[in-house]
Ligand binder design. Structure first.
Ligand code: TC6
Length: 697
């Protein structure tokens, strides 16, 4: 008997308690323990029924994701579940915490299920590029009908217990002690001589004959590039059309197809990458943290307002400072409108709008920040302004307060030097819109104290962000790499490609949009104004990428907001429409630069757009600006829409393209152009020579 599943008895009820912290994942020992336990109690004449329950914080939260792709060992989960379903003793699964994936599938193998009111269950395999491969696709539709099951599996969402009860996924909700409740439920069923109800014996209700065609149509956009959603639809179709055992066979085939796909490998990698990114190598998990009970934000513009919403959403009171009443009123009005719109869409309760607004205290007085535990500056992006703000903060903030800058590009060390407490200063680079975007690049300065880092990383999670720690360098990690794509996109346009061709290649790769559509969305005037600030000498010193962009801006084509940019727009429709006028501007620019335009293949576009980003990622890694290659991937997937089924730039380079291919392509472009831009990063060269991957660094 293994320790992973503990057997005990309470009267005539046999109890199997799963004991595999932290989340009772279905490791081989757990599978074996359940199977053996069910068999043993099955033959034990002193046992009339069995309760299966999780020890610790949750019932089984799924298969052990780390075991996927490794040679199988121990009984397979389907055997375990069949053993339960065919047990001569009645089995009740007692669910608390998050019974997910294989966990819920195991519970569906029990004859009955009870849960706590707080339990949240689901089949989230779709997020790992998989489908529920232990009968979930066949059993859930038998309990809930095809339509509901399909939605649950395609969304992967966590279903709250009351909803699960109303759909027949659980039979009863018990208050108080779950084990006691489950035992009482089992005894009641025994007293009623309730049948051993096997979910496999139920029939599936198909609500509409068009369900599958309609579902395929409705997910087409969101599921673009992913494999799992399409296979999930096929499995539910099999549940409707085939007998149970054949449906199970079909599920297995479609599951195996996903398990061996690079999409699922990428998504499984990413699951752990996101969790790993929150950990800092030289800041141990037990580093004491500073307490954050209240916050302060300087600047009620788009950024500051969005950041304030994060605090309020997490229930942390925050003081919002502006320099004029007008700006303050404007900022608060935007926040209120955002909340009201969310409430209208059903994203929050109407009464919560006031509750959240009440957590935000507006002020024009720096002294109002004196009690704040963390203060985030989100003011205009010039060093002069930051200097004034941080000197002032140094005067008013209480000792030990964390002083953060939301700068997206200025030197955090210099900002810290304006205070007498540089150890308390850190960068918190939110992405716009800050109330929506999950990524948070936390920027560690030379002097930033470890407890400040530990506090900010965990506070980031508290306010719903996915934090990644980066170092001080121009553009930090995300924007520094993005620049590489921007440079090559501009050159390719001058050499012969049109915005729509480049955008299509990037979109087809899996990004939500290409670089030019993105620029039109963000506003082309932002970069233009920065370029105008540079003098001619500066322009000549760097390789200038703004010739077409400048010409476009000079015509007032600032992007979507002006109805035209690299594309035309028939507002309010935001679909980009290729514009012959832009084509003319581009052709004239090429002529002026003495470039003979040529056809550029889609493959060249892809390589020139993405390989330089990987090369820059290598430099970032080598300089220690990111801790690990996975941190870079998390930044790109969360902040810039790199398709998660490609794992992020570094995983894609490591596992799909191969570092040698990228290295050789960089040399090819370097030799063809004579441009040192293409020189492979020393780390990339070294890894290629040693036959290693970025993930080994
Ligand atoms: C499946 O079941 C397929 C079946 C088909 C069979 C043929 N495996 O997220 P947290 C670790 S697919 C291994 O920080 P939370 C996690 O890495 C699976 N490890 O905590 C972390 O480790 P660390 C379907 C796992 O409270 C620690 O546990 N199931 C697994 O915020 C704590 O995790 C899922 O997709 C796992 N399955 O959230 C569920 N799960 O401390 C995936 C977690 O060393 N899991 N770990 O960093 C989750 O959604 C969440 O972890 C949670 C807990 C809601 C269970």
């Amino acid at each position: 008997m293994s320790d992973a599943v503990i057997r005990s008895k309470e009267g005539r009820i046999g109890i199997l308690t799963i004991n595999n912290p932290p989340v009772n994942a279905l490791a081989a020992a757990v599978r074996a323990g359940i199977k053996e336990g069910v068999e043993a109690f099955g033959q034990d004449s002193s046992v009339d029924a069995i309760v299966l329950i999780g020890g610790g914080r949750t019932f089984i939260a799924g298969a052990d994701i780390r075991e996927f792709g490794k040679p199988p060992s121990g009984p397979n989960l389907n055997d375990v579940i069949s053993t339960m379903e065919n047990s001569p003793k009645l089995i009740v699964a007692a669910l608390h915490g998050t019974p997910l994936g294989g966990g819920l599938e195991t519970a569906l193998g029990a004859h009955y299920r009870v849960s706590l009111p707080t339990t949240r269950m689901g089949l989230p395999e779709v997020h790992l590029g998989l489908l529920p491969g232990a009968g979930g696709t066949q059993r859930l539709p038998r309990l809930t009908g095809a339509k509901y099951a399909l939605d649950a599996m395609l969304s992967g969402r966590h279903i709250p217990a009351p909803e699960a009860k109303s759909k027949g996924i659980v039979d009863a909700i018990v208050e108080g002690d779950l084990l006691k409740g489950a035992i009482a439920h089992a005894e009641m069923l025994l007293a009623q001589k309730a049948p051993l109800r096997r979910v496999r014996d139920l029939t599936v209700n198909l609500e509409s004959p068009d369900l599958f065609a309609e579902t395929e149509k409705s997910i087409a956009r969101k599921a673009r590039g992913f494999k799992a959603p399409w296979n999930i639809i096929k499995t539910v179709q099999a549940a409707v059309e085939l007998p149970f055992d054949e449906g199970m066979k079909r599920e297995r085939e479609l599951f195996s197809e996903l398990l061996t796909s690079s999409e699922s490998a990428a998504q499984r990698y990413y699951f752990f990458a996101e969790r790993e990114a929150a950990k800092v190598k030289d800041v141990p998990a037990d580093t004491p943290q500073r307490e954050i009970k209240t916050g302060g934000i300087i600047g009620a513009g788009t950024m500051g307002g969005g950041i304030a919403m994060n605090f309020a959403n997490a229930g942390v009171p925050v003081t919002l400072l502006e320099t004029s009443q007008e700006a303050l009123d404007r900022g608060l009005k935007t926040i209120r409108t955002n909340y009201e719109n969310t409430a209208k869409r059903g994203g929050m309760k109407a009464e919560d709008v006031e509750k959240r607004m009440a957590l935000i205290t507006p002020t024009l007085d720096y002294n109002a920040l004196k009690d704040a535990d963390v203060i985030i500056e989100a003011v205009f992006e010039t060093m002069e302004v930051k200097e004034v703000v941080f000197k002032k903060l140094d005067e008013v903030a209480k000792p030990g307060a964390i002083l953060a800058t939301n700068t997206s590009g200025l030197d955090v060390n210099q900002i810290a030097s304006y205070t007498k407490r540089p150890g308390d200063v850190i960068g918190m680079h939110f992405f716009s819109p800050a109330n929506v975007m999950k990524l948070l690049e936390n920027v560690r300065g030379k002097a930033t104290e470890k407890d400040v880092i530990a506090t900010v990383m965990s506070f980031s999670k508290k306010i719903g962000k996915i934090p990644v720690l980066v170092g001080v360098c121009e553009g930090f990690v995300g924007n520094r790499m993005l620049r590489m794509r921007g440079i090559q996109s501009a050159y390719m346009m001058e050499e012969g490609a049109l915005p729509q061709q480049i955008d299509k290649v990037v979109y087809d790769y899996g990004f939500p949009m290409g670089p030019f559509a993105m620029s039109d969305l963000a506003g082309n005037d932002v970069g233009w104004r920065i370029r105008q600030g540079k003098n001619e000498k500066e322009k000549r010193n760097v390789r200038y990428t703004g010739y077409v962009a400048d010409a476009i801006c000079e015509l007032g084509r600032f992007g979507q907001k002006t109805g035209s940019g690299y594309y035309k727009y028939n507002l309010p429709d935001r679909t980009p429409i290729p514009d012959p006028e832009v084509e003319k501007i581009i052709e004239e620019t090429s002529k002026k630069l003495g470039i003979t335009r040529r056809a550029i293949s889609d493959q060249e576009i892809l390589e020139r757009a993405l390989y330089p980003m990987v090369n820059e990622g290598a430099k970032i890694l080598e300089e220690g600006m990111a801790q690990r290659s996975l941190d870079i991937d998390v930044i790109w997937v969360n902040g810039y829409g790199w398709p998660v089924y490609r794992g992020g730039p570094m995983w894609w380079a490591d596992n799909v393209v191969g570092l040698k291919t990228i290295h050789d392509a960089l040399l090819k472009y370097r030799d063809a152009s004579g441009d040192p831009f293409w020189e492979p990063a020393p780390l990339l060269k070294k890894l290629v020579q040693e036959g290693k991957k970025f993930s080994s660094v």
